[in-house]
Design a protein around this ligand. Structure first.
Ligand SMILES: [Zn+2]
Length: 281
């Protein structure tokens, strides 16, 4: 018989409650069990719970990286929830399972986010792959059949990855770029189009990205009726009454559509010119 070697309790493998307490707001409490980090806290009147499950953690993700993942959750998830959570009836309890098995990067299903234990060992700054997965949790099961293109599920998660990136893009913008209109030339594949109409046309009273979220989540329009969906999304804004093709053409012709977002080679031109994350704070 092949019995796996027993894994020591996480407290004996470098996971220290005080390391979380030192960097999280005092209203967020941390408790360790044998294999889990259990946290809870109330932010903006909503109680969130995060369990970091380490049953299949083999130490490839370092304890310091696990602390950053925890900080990321408590910074990013309540912000996304405060904007979209009511429309999505999104979960407030999330389990992050760091597993040395399964899909090599990360995935989401309902309240569960999987992160492969080897991913941050290989890409030590790719924390915001979890921002993307948390955006899927916020989506709470969009139905691809009721979207104009089922790729909208991933486009929205990537738009959130960019807009809500941990610490204003401290890690994300070094290694991950929001593509330009040259490589994502249609609304089916464009992440940046969502960011563009949110930046230029959302107002305090009329949040177009929230309208988009609601229309996608509520499954109001089958694919063939998405011209009506777009009309609903832009209703009451400066884009009202224009066709989606016309609006996309305005985006595609703009400077916003072409500026680089990565910071590996110096400051990102898009961010130097536009306060792109203003609606995501
Ligand atoms: Zn995804």
């Amino acid at each position: 018989m092949n019995t796996p070697a027993p894994i020591l309790p996480i407290a004996e493998r470098g996971i220290v409650k005080e390391d979380f307490d030192a960097v999280l707001a005092p209203e967020i409490t941390t408790a360790l069990t044998e294999n889990e980090v259990k946290q809870k806290g109330t932010i903006g009147g909503v109680e969130y719970k995060l369990t970091i499950r380490l049953t299949r953690w083999t130490g490839r993700t370092t304890p310091a990286q696990i602390v950053i993942l925890s900080r990321l959750f408590w910074q990013v998830y309540p912000k996304m929830y405060s904007r979209f959570g009511a429309a999505g009836q999104s979960p407030t309890t999330i389990t992050l399972d760091i597993e040395n098995r399964g899909y090599g990067i990360a995935w989401n299903a309902g309240r569960l986010v999987h992160l492969h234990d080897g991913w941050l060992e290989r890409c030590p700054e790719d924390f915001d792959c979890i921002t993307h997965e948390l955006a899927h949790a916020i989506q709470n099961g969009w139905n691809g059949q009721m979207l104009e293109f089922d790729g909208f599920i991933e486009r929205f998660a990537d738009a959130c990855r960019y807009l809500y990136a941990f610490n204003g893009g401290e890690y994300n913008d070094k290694g991950w770029r929001m593509q330009t209109v040259e490589s994502e030339p249609t609304r089916e594949d464009s992440v940046r189009f969502l960011v563009w109409f949110d930046y230029f046309y959302s107002t305090k009273e009329n949040d177009l990205l929230l309208n988009y979220f609601r229309v996608c989540h509520d499954e109001k329009y089958p694919k063939e009726r998405w011209s009506e969906a777009w009309a609903e999304i832009f209703k009451g804004s400066a884009l009202e009454g224009r066709s989606i093709d016309d609006i996309f053409a305005e985006y595609a012709a703009s400077e916003f559509a072409t500026l680089r977002t990565g910071t590996r080679r110096g400051p990102a031109p898009l961010l130097e010119k536009y306060d792109v994350r203003k609606n995501a704070r």
